[in-house]
Design a protein around this ligand. Structure first.
Ligand SMILES: O=C(O)CCC(=O)C(=O)O
Ligand SMILES: [Fe+2]
Length: 294
């Protein structure tokens, strides 16, 4: 059977509608030229020296020849430019923030969730690393296809070229539509091949896994983030990873995406003076040194 590869779009000409249409059909899309060369070089300079100091994983899933680095929003402000790219958040909203109707007194009202950042990680796959077992990343929060909706749109950005030889992410196009029991046969997976600065956007339900690195000396580096529904637990605990001062130094949109936000009327509040209050205001005190201690 001929295996259908992933579709590539050009960041300079693709619209959000184009991105959504391909993801709806295949579960993922490659966007070439997602980052400007300057931004790519900046991210590499910020993050690659740090990941080189990390030890490799300790099991087959995390990879015995694979290094990982998290806590990225404390390490590079440029991560925000990957998240707020004009093709990413609007596409994520389309898939994740579909409104539902609920009764409010005597009328039905539409409610939609917000987005938040679930996890951020640099993943460096080294020579000799075997293929990672194929999986769905929304399994982390026990998602099921029976829910009939999506909770995650993920990005895998190539910091170095991704090839079939060096461990370019394996994906099974179309598998985001499979039911929970369908087996992800590795023979159906194809490698994501894309030049550095390009990105794979894919749904949390798409079967994928790190590829086999058959090269002698190439470390494939990818930068991954997830935009998730604001009603599920964040995979990475940004509240404990980042100092409030570091969160406060980002624009408000990023603070909220990192979790310092109330979603709708009922999720994520803190009690202030007896009122359930949006926690974003608590960052005010961390925005600049207090006049008393300056
Ligand atoms: O590094 C990759 O290409 C994918 C890794 C992955 O899917 C994971 O660790 O969940
Ligand atoms: Fe994964």
């Amino acid at each position: 059977m001929l295996m259908q590869g992933l579709t590539s779009l050009d960041a300079a000409s693709a619209t959000v509608e184009d991105v959504i249409a391909v993801i709806e059909r295949d579960g993922g899309v490659i966007i070439e030229g997602y980052l400007s060369p300057d931004l790519l070089e900046g991210l590499k300079a910020d993050l690659l020296p740090l990941i080189e100091q990390q030890s490799t994983g300790d099991d087959a899933f995390f990879g015995l020849q694979t290094r990982r680095l998290s806590g990225l929003f404390s390490k590079s402000r440029r991560c925000a430019d990957v998240i707020t790219h004009p093709l990413y958040i609007p596409a994520a909203k389309h898939f994740i923030c579909q409104p539902i109707r609920r009764w409010h007194e005597d009328r039905q009202v539409e409610f939609a969730c917000d987005l938040q950042i679930g996890v951020g990680q640099v993943i460096q796959i080294g020579p000799g690393q075997g293929g990672q077992p194929l999986h769905r990343d929304d399994g982390a929060f026990f998602w099921s296809r029976t829910y009939g909706r999506e909770a995650r749109l993920q990005i895998m950005l190539a910091l170095t070229d991704f090839t079939a030889e060096n461990g370019g992410t394996m994906v099974i196009p179309g598998s985001h539509k499979w039911d929970d029991d369908a087996f992800p046969d590795p023979a159906k997976a194809i490698a994501t091949e894309m030049p550095a600065g390009s990105a794979l956007l894919f749904l949390g339900g798409l079967y994928h896994g790190g590829g086999t690195n058959r090269t002698k000396d190439e470390w494939r580096a990818g930068l991954t983030f997830c935009l998730d529904a604001s009603y599920i637990r964040q995979e990475e605990n940004h509240y404990l990873t980042m100092k409030p001062e570091e969160v406060a130094a980002y624009p408000e949109e990023m603070q909220r995406l990192l979790g310092w936000s109330m979603s709708g009327r009922s999720l994520g509040w803190v009690e202030v003076d007896g009122v359930q209050t949006d926690p974003n205001g608590l960052l005010e005190q961390y925005r600049s040194p207090s006049p008393l201690t300056a």
